[in-house]
Design a protein around this ligand. Structure first.
Ligand code: PEP
Ligand code: CO
Length: 459
């Protein structure tokens, strides 16, 4: 195992000597110190075995042998840490992964934007309404959404409440999976409302039937139960934005001789906090987790090469995932140069397309939305560009929910701007609803309706 970090030269708080973007300003330092110290003593949410397991899966995806599905809320909220919500998210990720597995003929690694996705970067430190300015809402890990002075004061106790919610979420997910919820023999456990009334339902059920039949066949000839060894794991990911939260659960494991961030399997660095001399890069370079970097139109070839040198100096497989989010109109212009720049470094990376964050727009009434066609168009461009450059697009990063919300327009049901008010629940960015999410999965798998029919007819 490669060792990248000298224990004397880096420690979980060494980022504090660097400028830290997007951090909350807490009025009560003593209360903050107490919360950080309390969190440091609590047990980890994930283990290093799981973290290294995910790193191996990502290394496999980097070699073109697997595909990564990352998805979940833009921002989780404490209120929505409920049984129904967690189950719905698990169901949609399982369903999508099944369709993708079938179409791509590769293992699909599932990574939820969940169990810790509570801190959000904001474009301004303050928000002004009717001439009154208050601190911006930075996610439930920091402060509260209602526009009152009291709600917007950063509250250190929320760091602990977030840790607890994250642990509760992952505990439930693990129990569901261990208890057999993700058993590939019983995909009917994962049925969501759309399956009953969607045009895609027939295609989906045929895929499921075909996979079940193959499993039965394999088990008959091998005499072993395939699903016991091929359990559908789900890994957790969140933006590693709130550095005190990340720091508090960063442990040195003597056995591995490395530091691990044990709040999550896969933290990522947001587009706004990727400054090479900034606090976030200092923190991330010291941990052993596999990690993502969001890259958008502001990223240059030199900057990306510097990031790779800082974060993966030993060219370790599985460590780096580059999540690009340019927008449907600009991806073809920006991506090729960055692919070339990465090739020059010699570092293996996993390329993942986030077709959401470059395609956010406002309706004439000021509601944040994304058009389904733009999302699909960016995704198709991403596959095309990587193929033409000889690189492998090995994953997709989506904001989605297992609920029937109306936040993005378009898709099979042709949602319009006028539909948005009906079920708009996101506190930050608009998510694909369950049916739109399935449609994206079908397209990635090359199985959306026309293709699916052709495949069926062709046997
Ligand atoms: C996000 O993933 O919700 C986000 C803020 O993304 P980005 O850093 O790419 O803008
Ligand atoms: Co978002």
């Amino acid at each position: 195992m490669s060792r990248t970090i000298d224990k004397a030269e880096w420690h979980p708080a060494s980022w504090q000597s660097r400028p830290a973007a997007q951090q909350a300003s807490y009025p009560d330092q003593a209360a903050l110190d107490r919360a950080v110290s309390d969190l440091s003593r609590l047990p980890p949410i994930v283990t290093s075995w799981e973290v290294d397991g995910l790193k191996d899966h990502i290394a496999r995806a980097q070699r073109g042998e697997a595909f990564v599905l990352q998805g979940g809320d833009c921002a989780e909220t404490f209120d929505e840490c409920t049984s129904e919500n967690i189950v719905a998210k698990l169901k949609i990720l399982l369903q999508m992964s099944l369709v993708m597995l079938y179409g791509l003929k590769k293992p699909v690694v599932r990574v939820g934007r969940m169990a810790g996705q509570y801190a959000k970067p904001r474009s301004a430190d303050t928000e002004t309404r009717d001439g009154r300015s208050l601190p911006s809402f930075r996610g439930d890990l920091v402060n509260r959404n209602p526009f009152t002075a009291e709600d917007r004061i950063p509250d250190p106790q929320m760091i602990l409440r977030g840790y607890e919610r994250a642990a509760l979420t992952l505990n439930f997910v693990r129990s569901l999976i261990d208890g057999g919820f993700a058993d590939l023999h019983h995909p009917e456990y994962w049925d969501l409302g759309w399956v009953g009334h969607s045009a895609m339902a027939d295609d989906y059920h045929e895929i499921v039937k075909s996979i079940s039949n193959s499993l039965d066949f394999l088990e008959t000839i091998s005499g072993a139960e395939v699903h016991k060894t091929q359990r559908a794991d789900i890994y957790a990911a969140h933006e590693g934005l709130h550095l005190l939260y990340e720091q508090s659960q960063t442990r040195y494991l003597d056995r591995r001789e490395r530091w691990y961030n044990l709040t999550t399997h896969f933290p990522w660095i947001g587009m706004r906090t990727a400054a090479i001399d900034g606090a976030h890069i200092e923190y991330f370079r010291g941990i052993a987790n596999p990690m993502g970097i969001k890259i958008g139109p502001g990223m240059t070839a030199e900057w990306l090469q510097e990031l790779i040198a800082a974060l993966n100096p030993n060219n370790e497989p599985g460590r780096l995932t580059l999540i690009h989010r340019f927008g449907a109109k600009t991806i073809e212009e920006f991506l090729p140069e960055l692919i070339t720049a990465v090739k020059e470094t010699g570092s293996p990376v996993l390329w993942v397309c986030d077709p959401m964050h470059g395609n956010t727009e406002s309706t004439s009434e000021g509601v944040k939305t994304r058009r389904f066609d733009n999302i699909v168009s960016e995704l198709e461009s991403a596959f095309r560009v990587h193929e033409s450059m000889g690189s492998y697009l090995g994953g997709v990063h989506l904001e989605l929910t297992g609920e029937n919300v109306t936040e993005c327009t378009g898709g099979a049901r042709g949602l319009t701007d006028g539909d948005l008010a009906r079920a708009y629940k996101s506190t930050v960015d608009p998510r694909l609803n369950y049916e739109q999410a399935m449609e994206v999965a079908m397209r990635i798998a090359g199985l959306h309706r026309e293709t699916a029919r052709v495949n069926r007819n062709g046997g």
